[in-house]
Design a protein around this ligand. Structure first.
Ligand code: ATP
Ligand code: MG
Length: 548
C-alpha cells in the first residue's frame, strides 16, 4: 500500500487501517447540484478521491439534492464532467433523493422514540426562539405533542395536506444547549415543488444535517471529510445516528476550506454573476469554476498539483492567486508547444528581400527537440508586435528602434531604415533591411543585436480574436455582500492578433505564444474560420513559492 502521510487526515486513516478500526477506506464527495463546481471543490475532490486511491479504497459521488428549488440535471451533468476532467472515477453516482424513503422511516422512528416533534410555529418564530450564543432558546409550545399526534401530523405533511411553512419536523434535543445547532433543529420541511429526480412524489424534504449523516452511514463511508464550518454540526451528525436504529456510525472529520485571493468561493454568488450578465456563463474563463478554468486553459494536472501543494490543514487561510498561476505555468512550460503570434500587429516590409517561398525551421519546444519542428513561411512582409518598436525608447530597451537592429526569432537580423506614419502620426509600417548572412543557425554576419523578437509572416498568418483577461475582482478579498461593486470593469479585452498558421492546423489546444504567454483555443467559440484564443496566463513569473 502506498502510504502518503502528508496531512493529519492521512495519518488518521493509516492509523484506522492499522488498528482495524476501518477495513476499507470509503469516502464521498457530496456536492449539491445547484451550480458548477469551483476550485474550492477541487480541494475536496482531490482529498476525497486522493485518499481513497492511495489507501486502496473507493469514493462515492453523492449529490446532496434535498432542496428542489435550486437543483437541476444541468448541474448534475456539469459536476460529473468536471470531476471526470480532473481525472477521478467515482462509485455511483448516488443521490440523497435515492434515500428519501429510508430517511422518512428514520424520521418516524425518531418520532416514535420521542426524539422528534412536529412544530407549527412560523419560521420567523422558530428563529426568534432559538436564543443566541449567550442566551438559551425557549421551548416550542408544540414540543410536548404526543407521539400519536406527531405521527399523524407528519404523515399528513407527507400526504400534502398542509401548505409550505405551516409545519416542520424538529429534532427534540435541548433548547438550552450551548451549541445552537442542537436547539431542536428543523429536520424536515414542507416544499410543494417539483424535484429534478423524484418529481412530485414528495412534498416534504429532509434537511442537510439529518440527511447527510444517514447517507454516510447507509453507504458505509469510513471517513466523512468536510470543511471546518461543519465542526459545530458534528454533535448533531452524531446525535442523529445515535438515536436511530442504524448499526454503523462514520466519523466526521473537518479540514480547512480553500479561499483564493481576488475571488469569492460560492455557487450562490457565481449564480448571481451569471444571471446578472457580468460574465459569459458558468464557464467564463474568468470564473474560478472548474469549467471556467478548463476553458481558460488551466490543465487538470496543474489544479491537482495546486491542491496537493496547498495541503490539508485545520486552519483557514487565503491562498494567493499567483500560486495557482505558478502551478499552471509550471505545467504548461513543459507541456505546451511553442508558436508565434503577434497580439498587436505592426507591418514590417523588408525592402531588400526578394526570394520566394523560403521557410524557416522552428522547434515546437526548444527544450524538447524530440517534439520536432514546423516550417514557418518567410517573406517580404511580416508583422511584429507594436511595442517591440519604439521611437523614444526607454533606457535598456533591447528591441527595434529607428536605425537599430534586432533578430527575428529563428530568422534573420533586420535593421530599421524608415518609419511610415499615417496622417494622424501613428506608425503604420516599418521599412527594414534584412541581413542575408545572419540566418539563425547559420549566421556569418558577425553582428550582435541586443534583442530577439517574435514575428509572423503576413500572407500566411491567420487573424484571430485573442481574449486577454485581468482579475475578475479588484479587491483581493471581495466581500460577499457587496461583491458586485468590486467587479473589475476591464477584466476582459479582445485583441485582433495574427497567428502563425501551424497553430490553427494543429490538433493541440494549448500553446505558448513566444514572449506573450500561454493561450488556448476557446472550447466554445473557436472555429476553423474564426479563431478565438484565451490567454491562460502570462509568462511573467515573478512569483516564488517559499513555503509550499
Ligand atoms: P457553495 O457555497 O459554493 O455552494 P458548498 O459547500 O455549499 O459550496 P457543496 O456542493 O455543498 O458546496 O460542497 C460539496 C463539498 O465540497 C462539501 O463537502 C464541501 O465541504 C466542499 N467544499 C465546498 N467549498 C469548498 C472550499 N472552498 N474548500 C474546500 N472544500 C469545499
Ligand atoms: Mg451548499
Amino acid at each position: 500500500m502506498a502510504e502518503d502521510l502528508r496531512d493529519f487526515i492521512r495519518h488518521r486513516i493509516r492509523d484506522d487501517l492499522r488498528t482495524a478500526a476501518v477495513e476499507r477506506v470509503v469516502t464521498r464527495f457530496p456536492p449539491e447540484p445547484n451550480g458548477f463546481l469551483h476550485i474550492g471543490h477541487a480541494k475536496s475532490i482531490c482529498l476525497n478521491f486522493g485518499v481513497a486511491q492511495e489507501f486502496g479504497g473507493t469514493t462515492y459521488l453523492r449529490y446532496d439534492d434535498t432542496n428542489p428549488l435550486r437543483e437541476s440535471d444541468e448541474f448534475v451533468e456539469a459536476i460529473q464532467r468536471d470531476i471526470d476532467w480532473l481525472g477521478f472515477d467515482w462509485e455511483g453516482p448516488t443521490f440523497a433523493s435515492d434515500y428519501f424513503e429510508q430517511l422518512y422511516e428514520f424520521a418516524e422512528q425518531l418520532i416514535e422514540r420521542g426524539k422528534a416533534f412536529v412544530c407549527s410555529l412560523p419560521a420567523d418564530e422558530i428563529r426568534a426562539t432559538r436564543g443566541t450564543l449567550t442566551d438559551p432558546g425557549t421551548d416550542s409550545p408544540y414540543r410536548d405533542r404526543t407521539v400519536a399526534e406527531n405521527l399523524d401530523l407528519f404523515r399528513r405533511m407527507r400526504a400534502g395536506e398542509f401548505p409550505d411553512g405551516s409545519h416542520v419536523l424538529r429534532a427534540r434535543i435541548d433548547m438550552a444547549s450551548p451549541n445552537v445547532n442542537m436547539r431542536d433543529p428543523v429536520i424536515y420541511r414542507i416544499r410543494h415543488a417539483t424535484h429534478h429526480r423524484t418529481g412530485d412524489a414528495w412534498c416534504i424534504y429532509p434537511m442537510y444535517d439529518f440527511t447527510h449523516c444517514i447517507c454516510d452511514a447507509l453507504e458505509g463511508i469510513s471517513h466523512s471529510l468536510c470543511t471546518l464550518e461543519f465542526e459545530d454540526h458534528r454533535p448533531l451528525y452524531d446525535w442523529v445516528l445515535d438515536n436511530i436504529a442504524i448499526n454503523y456510525h462514520p466519523p466526521q472529520i473537518e479540514f480547512s476550506r480553500l479561499s483564493l485571493e481576488y475571488t469569492v468561493m460560492s455557487k450562490r454568488l457565481f449564480s448571481a454573476l451569471v444571471d446578472d450578465g457580468h460574465v459569459m456563463g458558468w464557464d467564463d474563463p474568468r470564473m474560478p469554476t472548474l469549467a471556467g478554468m478548463r476553458r481558460r486553459g488551466y490543465p487538470a494536472g496543474a489544479i491537482r498539483e495546486f491542491c496537493r501543494r496547498i495541503g490539508v490543514t485545520k486552519s483557514d487561510g487565503t491562498v494567493e492567486y499567483e500560486f495557482l498561476e505558478f502551478c499552471v505555468r509550471r505545467d504548461l512550460a513543459a507541456a505546451a508547444p511553442r508558436a508565434m503570434a503577434v497580439l498587436d500587429p505592426l507591418r514590417v516590409v523588408l525592402t531588400n528581400y526578394e526570394s520566394d517561398g523560403e521557410t524557416l525551421a522552428a522547434p515546437w519546444h526548444p527544450q524538447q527537440p524530440e517534439r520536432g519542428s514546423r516550417d514557418m513561411a518567410f517573406s517580404k512582409t511580416l508583422y511584429i508586435e507594436r511595442d517591440d518598436f519604439s521611437e523614444n525608447p526607454p533606457s535598456k530597451y533591447r528591441r527595434l528602434v529607428p536605425g537599430g537592429m534586432v533578430r527575428l526569432r529563428y530568422g534573420y537580423i533586420i535593421v530599421c531604415e524608415d518609419v511610415v506614419k499615417n496622417i494622424s502620426g501613428e506608425v503604420e509600417e516599418l521599412r527594414c533591411r534584412y541581413v542575408p548572412a545572419s540566418k539563425s543557425g547559420n549566421d556569418t554576419s558577425g553582428l550582435k543585436p541586443k534583442g530577439v523578437i517574435h514575428w509572423v509572416e503576413a500572407e500566411s498568418a491567420v487573424a484571430a480574436d485573442v481574449r486577454l483577461f485581468e482579475r475578475l475582482f479588484t479587491d483581493p478579498r471581495p466581500g460577499s455582500a457587496d461583491f458586485a461593486d468590486t467587479l473589475n470593469p476591464d477584466s476582459m479585452r479582445v485583441a485582433r492578433a495574427m497567428v502563425e498558421p501551424a497553430v490553427v492546423a494543429s490538433d493541440d489546444a494549448c500553446f505558448q505564444f513566444e514572449r506573450t504567454g500561454y493561450f488556448v483555443k476557446d472550447n466554445r467559440d473557436y472555429r476553423p474560420g474564426a479563431a478565438v484564443f484565451n490567454r491562460t496566463v502570462s509568462l511573467r513569473d515573478s512569483y516564488r513559492p517559499e513555503t509550499r
